[in-house]
Ligand binder design. Structure first.
Ligand SMILES: [Mg+2]
Length: 397
């Protein structure tokens, strides 16, 4: 140990853990399903990194199949167990850039696997230094993080209205995102939007996320259709690689902010979108960009180009996944953020997270307070972790 920083990673535990609840949701390009109890596919990966007496924890739910981020629980476990884990053993926790270079050179992409390792390393570093993660990556610009609720597509509008009402009335949420581009075409999306707007009133920001389900022409028509009902923002209307289409839509959006989600995985994607003047907002999800370190780099590109940041990722039933996002959000000054953070499903509506013994975040008036204890700020219930582990691999020297 040097200067209180643990010098060497000795052991990595990779666990697939059970979820306390099952969640199914629908969006235009896929379906979100955490799977039945006992099934490995769809479950989160919990990583513990042991270094010189400190243990860093991280949890990410790889969300494929059925999602545009391709990582599955099996690919994440294999990437860490077979490639990243053995490379990390014996390395210094704090050598973040050199480690990033090494891991990328041996196995590119795999952002969910990289993210869970990155978060666990930061949790260990924070605990070693006695400071919360946000203090390691830029400090606290905002301690209160407002939350957004993403409303699933449904066959009947009453289901969508009920979900939107629950978010606003039960949790005090002030930003909703309606999934769009379902079976009925954009006109149905406009009708859904109008119904939800009437149900929740004019003070709620409502955005729309077609998850790449529209063409440029449909998007331009839809924006005109939404105009009387005050569209708060438009997230990723067209295909991931259609940067020029996004730029064209932004030019015709008449002041409605356009957000990139599927288009933005890497710092190179961020640079390309910025150069094309394609979007007003970047949606950052830790499992999509590879963790806190790349998220901070993308934040720098955003700052330099006048692009705001939105923090996405549902973090279903996971305080650990939500806390990592909260620490990132806390580092970004409010005027550089857009909308509200999406990790609300990790901090209440799915019930308590059994893996947390102490430090769990809770929602007050549509927001949470970022944890101030060292690392992620959460105390793991080790007995619960043992009980909920479906599968475990260990990498050590
Ligand atoms: Mg999205």
């Amino acid at each position: 140990m040097t200067d209180g920083i643990p010098s060497m990673i000795e052991r990595i535990e990779i666990r697939v853990v059970e979820m306390p609840v099952r969640l199914k949701r629908t969006f235009s390009s896929g379906s979100y399903d955490t799977g039945p109890a006992g099934q490995i596919l769809g479950k989160p990966v919990f990583v513990r990194i042991f270094a010189d007496g400190v243990i860093g924890n991280g949890q990410i739910r790889p969300i494929s199949p059925g999602h545009f981020v391709a990582d599955t629980v099996h690919s994440v476990v294999a990437a860490i167990r077979e490639v990243y884990g053995p490379l990390l053993i014996g390395r210094k926790l704090s050598d973040l850039e050199a480690t990033d270079e090494l891991l990328t050179s041996r196995l590119a992409s795999n952002p969910a696997a990289r993210a869970v390792l990155d978060v666990a390393i930061y949790d260990a570093l924070g605990k070693a230094r006695g400071v919360p993660i946000h203090a390691l990556i830029g400090g606290c610009s905002q301690a209160e993080i407002p939350l957004e609720w993403s409303v699933s597509l449904a066959d009947d509008i009453e289901t969508m209205i009920a979900e939107a009402r629950r978010a606003v009335e039960e949790y005090g949420v002030k930003v909703l995102c309606l999934k769009a581009a379902g079976k009925g075409g954009w006109r149905r999306d406009v009708a859904n939007f109008e119904a939800v707007r009437r149900a929740v009133g004019d003070d709620i920001v409502i955005g729309v996320d077609p998850n790449t389900g529209w063409t440029v022409a449909e998007t331009v028509s839809a924006i005109a259709g939404f105009r009387p009902f005050n569209l708060g923002y438009l997230e990723q209307p067209v295909l991931r690689r259609d940067v020029h289409g996004m730029a064209e839509i932004r030019a015709k959006a008449d002041g409605v902010p356009v957000m990139a989600d599927e288009s933005l995985f890497t710092i190179q994607d961020a640079a390309e979108l910025a150069a094309a003047r394609a979007v007003d907002v970047f949606c950052i999800k830790l499992y999509k960009v590879g963790g806190l370190s790349p998220a901070r780099k993308i934040a720098a590109i955003a700052e330099a180009n006048g692009i705001q940041l939105n923090c996405g990722g549902l973090a279903v039933a996971s305080q650990f996944e939500a806390a990592a996002s909260a620490h990132f959000c806390a580092t970004v000054p409010a005027k550089r953020t857009f909308g509200a953070a999406e990790f609300i499903f990790g901090v209440g509506p799915m019930g308590a997270d059994p893996l947390v013994a102490d430090g769990a975040m809770s929602i007050h008036d549509g927001a949470v307070t970022v944890p101030m204890e060292p690392g992620l700020g959460l105390t793991l219930d080790e007995k619960a972790l043992e009980r909920m582990t479906l599968q475990m691999s260990v990498v050590e020297a």
